[in-house]
Design a protein. Sequence first.
Length: 303
Amino acid sequence: MATRTAEIRTPDRAPGTASGAAGGPDRSRWSQVVPTAVLLIGAVYCLLPVVWVLVASTKSGSTLFTSFTFAPSTSMLENLTDLSTYADGIFWRWMLNTAFYAGVGGVLSALVSGLTGYTLAKYRFAGRSAVFNVLLAGVLVPGIILAVPQYLLLAKVGLTDTYWSVLLPSIVSPYGIYLARIYAASAVPDSVIEAARVDGASELGIFRRVAMPMMVPGLITVFLFQFVAIWNNFLLPFIMLADDDRFPVTLGLYTLLNRGSTEPALYRLVIIGSLLSIIPLVALFLSLQRYWRVDLISGSVKA
């Protein structure tokens, strides 16, 4: 009985599937490695200053500039104590001022932005496009250009060197209004508004009871943007305020840094103060991250 040996044939490879061929595994691997490497480099670039501040805050005045940059020490508690007792604890007054400016300003800005954005998105009136175009132009205007005119206006009514001089300019945010308009247009259906009108609700009541709950994620996003902007603001308080007791933490640490040229021991207080100043921002983002809407930012770019 003749035995036939089965001939094993290797299937032909499809074009482009061989290793090293165009479009093969090597190219797919590189398409994943390159973006990951870029993201890692960006992360290191952003986090390296934070790591430096964290390490430097553990050093004493004698080792701050003499030891290895990223070699930690054991003087953090001492630095924190010295910062808390400096000038009768004025640093914590600066922190409270900053929390007041950023918290109240962020909430009021989110409410104003939400109401304005909702109005521009859901109402038809003469000049609506012109108002929106002016807001877009306001997004492009740097804050440094408006700081001096704002100071002159507030000086005429006697509000400079007061809490109002920092709060009032922070309430209106063209970028926040722009984001709120985009979110209101997509998150609040016209049919729901019409149904509320049929039920006899007032226009303000519709916004407060119907539209605002639907816009909460967008308003939280606006609040976060404005809170961070006010917390890190330096130029406006620098122009408006003269009394140390009303300084935010950014301006207060700047004054300590200037005094460090004659009192080098103050540099370590500035460093640990900078570390403490970013902790509330991190805590806020972690506590509100479930409301964070990356798609809102993407929509504003694509619009």
